[in-house]
Write a protein that binds this ligand. Structure first.
Ligand code: DAH
Length: 345
């Protein structure tokens, strides 16, 4: 090919670009047209190849044509893309924002019912001079059973059947109740003691009203001259604050190895106020926990002088309290994390 032919080819490529680009307004399409002419396999690349074969004196003319066409194509592409960007900006700026529209509400979480109840219960007892104490969930056989007057093979252990693990200092268990915190507190210091111990406990139980893991609150009060009347007064105060002033309590003689005498604590049925209904199985009362006067054997295990001090203790299940208050009939709901349930409280 002669120089003139190559120059014609170059100029034809330039005209072809001008035709193709026409009035394209789409950025992607404009870039594609540019690549079709200037790209590695584009029409100008063919012309470039011919350049090498030309006699040296002809080359500058062809080179000049090549640069001219290439330059004008690039300038046109720049101009088009600039115009498109400007138009888009104008559209953006012209878009009206209605600042008076209500905002999209943000969903706020809240404390789980269990946490709310625990805080409420702690507050009720703090007001009357109790401190909050805690203990480990993996507990020794000694604290969970033995010091609570349940020696190995004692039949009372059957009520709290659980798994045992061989540990460094004898057997370990997932605590079956919060009562071991009584032991830990008394071993840690002399009387007087006024504590409540909220916490998770584990049992081999699983049905709509029993979960293998649930929450208890323990109470222990030890001092000079603490009597059964103090126990009853404290329980009544708590029940009035938690369930309302019209809910009375009933203490039924019972047995726990760590208290003597022991009582089962019932509250007046919240649903029928004692008249008898399906929930209280026509008894007029609902069982909520155990209580009693600290057994001298427990004091002995903790190095307290049974002739110097007396004490009362009680324990109850927190979920059960909440289920009674709110009429919840399945304990699993507490742990499932279903927002439809959680949002109700
Ligand atoms: N620890 C007992 C249980 O989980 C409940 C209990 C009964 C606690 C009597 C006490 C008590 O402090 O005095 O079944």
């Amino acid at each position: 090919m002669t120089a003139q032919e190559i120059i014609q080819q170059i100029e034809e490529a330039g005209r072809e670009f001008a035709r193709a680009i026409g009035d394209l307004r789409d950025e992607q399409a404009i870039r594609e047209e540019k690549a079709r002419v200037l790209g590695k396999k584009g029409s100008l690349a063919g012309a470039m190849k011919g350049l090498g074969a030309l006699p040296a004196p002809d080359r500058p003319r062809v080179g000049e044509a090549l640069n001219r066409v290439k330059g004008s194509i690039e300038a046109e592409v720049e101009r088009r893309l600039g115009a498109i960007a400007e138009e888009a900006l104008e559209v953006d700026l012209a878009r009206r924002v209605d600042v008076t529209l209500p905002s999209r509400p943000r969903r706020r979480g809240h404390l789980h019912l269990l946490t709310q109840l625990l805080r409420e219960i702690e507050e009720i007892f703090r007001e009357i001079g109790f401190q909050v104490a805690t203990g480990p969930q993996v507990e020794t056989d000694f604290h969970n059973f033995e010091a609570l007057n349940m020696p190995p093979d004692h039949p009372a252990r059957d009520m709290q059947d659980t798994f045992f693990i061989e540990g460094g200092q004898g057997q370990l268990v997932l605590r079956t109740h919060t009562s071991p915190v009584q032991i830990r507190t008394m071993l840690a210091g002399p009387p007087p003691v006024r504590i409540i111990a909220p916490g998770v406990v584990y049992r081999r139980d699983d049905d709509p009203t029993h979960s293998p893991m649930f929450t208890q609150v323990e109470c222990l009060c030890v001092d000079h001259g603490v009597s059964f009347a103090d126990l009853k007064g404290t329980l009544l105060h708590f029940v009035h604050r938690f369930f309302g002033p019209d809910i009375g309590i009933r203490l039924r003689p019972s047995f726990f190895p760590f208290t003597e005498p022991s009582a089962e604590m019932d509250i007046l049925c919240l649903f029928c106020k004692g008249r008898g209904c399906r929930i209280c199985k026509s008894t007029g009362y609902l069982e909520v926990g155990g209580a009693g006067m600290v057994d001298p054997a427990v004091f002995a295990a903790c190095g307290y002088d049974r002739y110097d001090v007396t004490g009362f203790a009680f324990g109850f299940g927190v979920e059960r309290m909440g289920m009674l208050r709110h009429g919840v009939d399945d304990i699993k709901l507490w742990y499932e994390g279903d927002a439809r349930w959680l949002e109700q409280f």
